[in-house]
Ligand binder design. Structure first.
Ligand code: SF4
Length: 264
């Protein structure tokens, strides 16, 4: 599917659209200018995916509480999910079944709050396109990368502009805004502070993941493997075009998290 063309068609046909903005957006787009620009494009609503991430965390905590001896590999990263299913299916049993990814959880919020509006996920990840079509087809999510969104802004000659009154229609001014940084799930859910030393392992980067999964399987002390495919987490995703280093991207996320704590 050509997602940018699909979005252009939806915009041109004046369809009802709700944008779901992934929490790595401050690396590319300033806030609240991005909201103004999305409204100019034709989005009636703009929702922060950090809100869905909060639901993800709640579901994960409840899963872990339901089985205190349970051990899990987190599953919001579609690349890791596919790699395990295809190359290491013996470890698929560890996935956090019945825990929605932040994108899927946010789409459910959009469908509940804004019936009839199509959820459009905008983020750093190409593989989310497969998650949307193969894993969670029901909310009918259209997925675009930040890179593709920038091309669409160019297509409609929309430049950076700010209406200071613009803000998220559904926002989450909490710690799930750090979700795209590796370990963001463990930190924002509070699990990192609650579990004992060595019970959580945080890993990111394709070169590290296979060894970490094998270690998880053989070391029962590790209860939770918080794993993302891209180096540094989703802030290193392929849909982000930026010269910033991973540390500089991390700082952008943390600055946004701190500066917006009480203003949304
Ligand atoms: S870590 Fe990379 S591949 Fe995985 S969800 Fe994030 S951006 Fe996508």
């Amino acid at each position: 599917m050509n997602e940018p063309k699909a979005l252009i068609d939806l915009i041109d046909n004046k369809e009802k659209l709700a944008a779901m903005l992934a929490p790595s957006f401050p690396i590319i787009f300033p806030y609240p200018a991005i909201i103004t620009m999305l409204r100019k494009l034709g989005f009636a609503y703009v929702v922060e995916v950090a809100a869905g991430a909060r639901k993800t965390n709640k579901e994960l905590i409840s899963l872990l509480k339901s089985d205190p001896n349970g051990r899990c590999i987190t599953s919001p990263c579609p690349t890791v999910v596919r790699m395990i299913k295809k190359q290491m299916p013996q470890y698929a049993k560890y996935f956090t079944h019945n825990v929605d990814s932040p994108m899927a959880a946010t789409a459910k919020i959009v469908r509940e709050q804004y019936p009839g509006y199509k959820p459009v996920f905008i983020g750093p990840c190409v593989m989310k396109k497969f998650e949307a079509t193969e894993d969670v087809p029901e909310p009918n999510i259209l997925v675009l990368t930040y890179l593709e969104l920038s091309e669409i802004f160019n297509h409609y000659n929309i430049n950076e502009q700010v209406n200071p009154d613009d803000h998220f229609d559904i926002s989450e001014p909490g710690m799930t805004r750090i979700y795209p940084i590796d370990g963001g799930l463990s930190q924002s859910s509070g699990l990192y502070g609650q579990m004992q030393d060595g019970e959580i392992k945080i890993v990111s980067g394709a070169q590290n993941n296979i060894a970490a999964i094998k270690e998880f399987d053989t070391n029962p002390k590790i209860k939770l493997l918080d794993i993302l495919n891209c180096s540094g987490g989703c802030i290193g995703g392929p849909g982000i075009k930026s010269n910033l280093t991973i540390e500089e991207r991390k700082k952008k996320i943390l600055d946004y998290y701190s500066s917006q704590l009480s203003t949304t």
